[in-house]
Design a binder for this molecule. Structure first.
Ligand code: ADP
Ligand code: MG
Length: 395
């Protein structure tokens, strides 16, 4: 069911309490090294400000474990935010709740923006303590959840707070849930999913959820080895999860009985060591040598996967095709990114490493949607209801 958004509220003079995901990477000098997440929240922030709301922003940063720690202060983020929207008044409050926060909120004029200090400086945040949620709620009139990246956690600022305030989605949240939700519920077909990454065990639930919905499922990366082993191949020194073989067998059977196309690599880039400078050769899966391991999918597999992707109308990708951190084993992953960029389809990329790969390949802007939430997008693809999404009111 569609969710209420910021567009469903008359904002003039109202206090919009907005949960954003400003959990940005910083270097040792506390300089922000990647501001993607801050930029991703700008449409919601400027929309609210332009409509005369008093915008109060909440976020976490890092893992300060329930106590104040200057290393995880959001102050540098407030400064950066101010530099991104120079025509707005942006201030910072060194507390997230209590008297000082109350005062800072009272001082806001319509259109002003205030960033509160890291909510994880308080033990009540991660415990989803109702008293802490209540203190946060006291600062606003409407709760806007725009933190898709934190929506898989039931914390005070992502879920608990909705007990005390009406809750609507911000634009980023609306987009994440809308695009991925449509792909899962009502995709334009053919619908192709590509799953990779190191381990089957990380992705079992994603595969189980997607398999009945897709027209074709492509499996690559380290996890393909376990499937190939179950199919009878000797994967030699490759990463194979003995524990996951039963599951892999069950998923292969499920694909067969439900008539879903399931594509596995037919060739691989084989190396004698897990190292950037390891000697490497392309081999058919059936010709892997006893002292070799598969670290990327090979060109014939890429060609097969590419054709499937180019024929699709919806493509979801989670998990690299190989050890893309090492250039020698990145070709398969980058080729998939390239094929998705070329496809005349709704293309969605989710997962921390997959998103990094698409960015490295230089094609992030060619995708319909690059999810900002690593863990959250994975849980979404698993078909789970995210607590931070569940609290948003239906239209
Ligand atoms: P995401 O973060 O996109 O969900 P994962 O974390 O599941 O992706 O998987 C990414 C990791 O999988 C990368 O670090 C990559 O090196 C590793 N990987 C991919 N293919 C292989 C392989 N053949 N052998 C070992 N590791 C692999
Ligand atoms: Mg990862």
């Amino acid at each position: 069911m569609p969710k209420k958004t910021v567009e469903d509220v008359a904002w003039q003079g109202k206090r919009a309490l907005v949960r954003v995901d400003f959990n940005v990477p910083m270097d040792d000098a506390r300089q922000i090294t990647d501001d993607t997440r801050i930029r991703a929240a700008l449409p919601t922030i400027t929309y609210l400000s332009d409509r005369g709301a008093r915008v109060i922003l909440m976020s976490h940063l890092g893992r300060p474990k329930g106590e104040p720690n200057p290393k995880y202060s959001l102050r540098p983020v407030a400064d950066h935010l101010a530099s991104l929207i120079p025509d707005k008044r942006v201030s910072f409050c060194p507390e997230a709740v209590g008297e000082e926060a109350q005062k800072a909120v009272s001082a806001l004029a319509d259109g002003d923006i205030l960033l509160l200090e890291n909510v994880r400086f308080y033990p009540g945040e991660e415990k989803n303590d109702p008293a802490f949620a209540r203190q946060l709620a006291d600062l606003g009139d409407v709760f806007v959840n725009d933190a898709f990246g934190s929506a898989h956690r039931a914390h005070a600022s992502t879920a608990g707070i909705a007990q005390y305030l009406p809750c609507v989605a911000g634009f980023l949240m609306e987009r994440e849930v809308g695009i991925m939700g449509k792909a899962l519920a009502n995709p334009e077909r053919p619908f192709v999913a590509i799953i990779g990454g190191a381990k089957v065990s990380d992705k079992i639930k994603v595969i189980e959820n997607l398999l009945p919905k897709v027209d074709a499922l492509i499996i690559g990366g380290g996890m393909a080895n376990t499937f190939l082993a179950v199919e009878g191949h000797d994967m030699a020194k490759s990463l194979v999860e003995e524990d996951a073989k039963e599951t892999a067998r069950r998923l292969l059977d499920l694909a067969r009985t439900s008539n879903r196309k399931l594509l596995l690599p037919v060739d691989v880039v084989a190396a004698k060591a897990f190292a950037p400078d390891a000697e490497h050769t392309v081999r058919l899966v059936s010709e892997l040598q006893p002292d070799e391991m598969a670290l990327d999918v090979g060109p014939a597999s890429v060609e097969m996967f590419r054709n499937e992707i180019l024929g699709a109308k919806t493509v979801i990708w989670n998990g690299p095709m190989g050890v893309f951190e090492m250039p020698a084993f990145a070709k398969g992953t980058f080729a998939i990114a390239q094929a998705m960029a070329e496809a005349d389809a709704t293309t969605i990329v989710g997962g921390g490493d997959s998103v990094a790969a698409v960015e490295q390949a230089g094609v992030a802007d060619k995708m319909t949607h690059v999810s900002t939430g690593g863990g959250a997008s994975l849980e979404f693809l698993e078909g789970r209801t995210l607590p931070g999404v569940a609290v948003i009111e239906d239209k």
